[in-house]
Design a protein around this ligand. Structure first.
Ligand SMILES: [Mg+2]
Ligand SMILES: [Zn+2]
Length: 187
C-alpha cells in the first residue's frame, strides 16, 4: 500500500498535551522526536496534515486568532528539522455543538482530501485520542496510537470496543512504520 498522506493529531502527538487546554504560546512544547521524523516523511514525498479538536475555542477559553497562533508555533517547531506540514484543520466546537467536524467526525478529513486532491484510501492517522482512533476506523484507514498524552487511556478504550490500532511509542516510531509500509510498495 502506497501512503500519500499522514493525518496527525496535534496535542499529545506533535506537542506535549496540557492537563486542560493548550492556551498560551509560551506553553508550546514540541516532542523532541517530531522534527526529524517529519523531515523523513517529507523527504519520502508524504503529505502531512494536522486534524485537531480545539473545543477551548467553543468554550471561549481562547480566541480563534490565539489558537491559530499556537498552531503556527507548533508547526514552526515541527518543521525545524526541514520537514513540512502541508495544512492544518481544526474543529472549534464543543461536544455539545453536535457538529460533524469534531473527531471522531470525519468532515475535516474529507475536506482535506478534497482541498489537497488525494484519495483517503492512501492515508493513515496518528493520534493519542479515542476520537482519533474512531475517526480512522470510520475512514477505514490504519491508525497509529502513540503511547504519549491520552495514549494509555485510549489503548484501554480501543481494546474494550475493538477499535483497531497499531501501538507505537511516538510520532517518530509511527513515521518509521509508515515509511516501511511504503518501501514494499511500487504503486
Ligand atoms: Mg491529542
Ligand atoms: Zn466542529
Amino acid at each position: 500500500m502506497k501512503i500519500s498522506t499522514v493525518f496527525t493529531d496535534r496535542d499529545g502527538v506533535l506537542n506535549v498535551d496540557k492537563p486542560d487546554y493548550l492556551l498560551r504560546l509560551e506553553d508550546v512544547e514540541i516532542h523532541e522526536d517530531v522534527p526529524a521524523a517529519l523531515a523523513r516523511l517529507t523527504n519520502a514525498g508524504i503529505r502531512v496534515i494536522v486534524i485537531s479538536n480545539q473545543a477551548g475555542i467553543g468554550k471561549e477559553l481562547i480566541s480563534k486568532r490565539a489558537a491559530e497562533a499556537i498552531f503556527d508555533e507548533v508547526i514552526r517547531e515541527a518543521e525545524s528539522g526541514g520537514g513540512h506540514i502541508d495544512a492544518y484543520y481544526y474543529c472549534p466546537h464543543t461536544w455539545d455543538d453536535e457538529c460533524n467536524c469534531r473527531k471522531p467526525g470525519i468532515a475535516l478529513f474529507l475536506r482535506a482530501a478534497r482541498e489537497h486532491q488525494f484519495d483517503i484510501k492512501g492515508a493513515v492517522m496518528i493520534g493519542d485520542g479515542f476520537g482519533d482512533a474512531r475517526a480512522a476506523e470510520h475512514l477505514r484507514i490504519p491508525f497509529f496510537l502513540v503511547g504519549q498524552g491520552w495514549g494509555p487511556v485510549t489503548k484501554v478504550k480501543c481494546d474494550s470496543s475493538e477499535v483497531p490500532y497499531q501501538q507505537v511509542k511516538n510520532f517518530s516510531e509511527a513515521a518509521d512504520a509508515i515509511l516501511k509500509l511504503n518501501e514494499g510498495s511500487d504503486t
